[in-house]
Design a protein around this ligand. Structure first.
Ligand code: GLN
Length: 194
């Protein structure tokens, strides 16, 4: 069985853990979720998930606990990471905010909370590269991907990339854990990139 680390600082880490278990089952695998708050656990994880929440708080926690370095090493070893919403803000190269220490794991820049007041939260069906049917994507005070470098755009909304893949890392501006559809977790963790 695969050890699935879910960074449990903030956000829907329980929903993510359950989505990983369901995605594993759908791919004939087994995953054992573990909640990660301090250093020492990440090196034993086969896959990692960095959930949404508040990116400045998540970033500060990762730096303080020595988790930032462990997450970088995980990705450098080619192991998969799914970073969602605030997780993507932390994983990208620049979020335009000094309080966020970006991990440089996804070659893209983001603008926080950039969908605007009218669109604070919304749900839409998204066509995602690698999925046969549209995905029900829930956006909550989501970041906009402002620019992409060397990474693959998996989905766009309103002309903005909202799901990207950079090697072993998949990043989404939306919250794939908030519906019972675990296909994004499946794509990130159980399907090898082409
Ligand atoms: N607005 C949050 C931030 O900028 C991200 C929102 C989320 O993760 N749902 O940190």
């Amino acid at each position: 069985s695969l050890t699935a680390g879910v960074i449990a600082v903030q956000g829907d880490f329980r929903e993510h853990a359950s989505a990983i278990e369901r995605a594993a089952r759908a791919h004939g695998e087994r995953a054992e979720p573990v909640e990660v708050r301090t250093s020492g656990t990440v090196p034993d994880c086969d896959l990692l998930l960095l959930p949404g929440g508040e990116s400045t708080a998540i970033s500060a926690h990762l730096q303080r606990q020595g988790l930032a370095e462990e997450i970088r090493e995980h990705v450098a070893a080619g192991k998969p990471l799914l970073a969602t919403c605030a997780g993507l803000i932390v994983a990208c190269t620049d979020a335009g905010d000094d309080r966020v220490d970006c991990l440089d794991l996804v070659d893209a820049t983001v603008a926080r909370n950039a969908f605007g007041r009218q669109r604070d939260s919304f749900e839409t069906r998204l066509d995602v590269e690698g999925l046969d049917e549209p995905f029900p994507a829930v956006f909550i005070r989501a970041p906009q991907v402002a620019s992409v470098g060397e990474c693959e755009v998996l989905a766009t909304f309103d002309g903005h990339p909202v799901a990207v893949r950079d090697g072993p890392v998949v990043g989404t501006a939306f919250h794939p854990e908030l519906t019972d559809d675990a296909r994004i977790h499946g794509l990130a963790f159980f399907e090898a990139p082409e």
